[in-house]
Design a protein around this ligand. Sequence first.
Ligand code: NAD
Length: 275
Amino acid sequence: SKVPSLTLNNGVTMPQLGFGVWQVPDAEAAEAVGTALEAGYRSIDTAAVYENERGTGQALTASGLPREELFVTTKLWNDEQGYDSTLRAFDASLERLGLDYVDLYLIHWPVPAQDTYVDTYKAFEKILADGRARSIGVSNFLPEHLERLMDATSVVPVVNQIELHPQLAQAESRAFHARHEIATEAWSPLGQGRGLLEVPAIAAVARKHGRTAAQVVLRWHLQLGNVVIPKSVTPSRIRENIDVFDFELDTEDMAAFAALDEGRRLGPDPAVFGA
Ligand code: NAD
């Protein structure tokens, strides 16, 4: 396939670009995921709380693609944290997806006030040992949460999926992840399509390369080494977002992007969310 893969810290390979399905209703998920698979995406990012694991799973089955060519991620929602409840929630996700295993299972948010992510991750280690997830990781963890998790458990998370886009470049988290061989996966890589794609400096880079703003933003991520999971339900955009492997940004372009970092979140603060 034209999408390069990253090798995770456990030796498993993961496509560097995948398809996210947050806010896609279950009834539309099969069509959107089907379009993405036809366009060449092989990695799909869903979550229990998105309530579209069934539609997603239907598209995976209907595609006829060999299971080993797919990379399926789902996530455990906050109110299912805890050892036993995690095992039950994972069974339910697998059932909805219609799969025997997922490629990656993530703790969706740390919810530090609840203080259950260590026990939750111990259940993830059991799921991994049982071969029902090929890899386990986390999402929205701050470095302090990762430190605590790694002190208390034995399997280093393969990825931390965090909000990351040119206006929230997350240099500190990326450096922390690099030191611990944790891949950085960017959620809302296009800034949710809200304003970011109209930023003049990005439009200028796009014009220079004869590409769209979304395409140059995705190039920026790929060249930083991030895994990206852009979302769209529009077929032309689904295809546009994966058509980013035949050009490169130069150092001047990367510098123009670096100047846009405002450290401003679109989503919640992981230190307090879910409390
Ligand atoms: P995104 O940054 O991928 O932006 C998606 C929006 O951008 C679309 O709805 C559309 O309005 C617009 N868009 C997409 N392609 C475009 C194009 N080519 N041209 C113009 N506009 C375009 O936002 P997202 O959906 O928030 O994030 C991507 C994925 O990340 C999600 O679907 C989900 O899988 C994941 N995610 C995870 C978390 C988490 O807490 N772990 C949180 C949010 C999202």
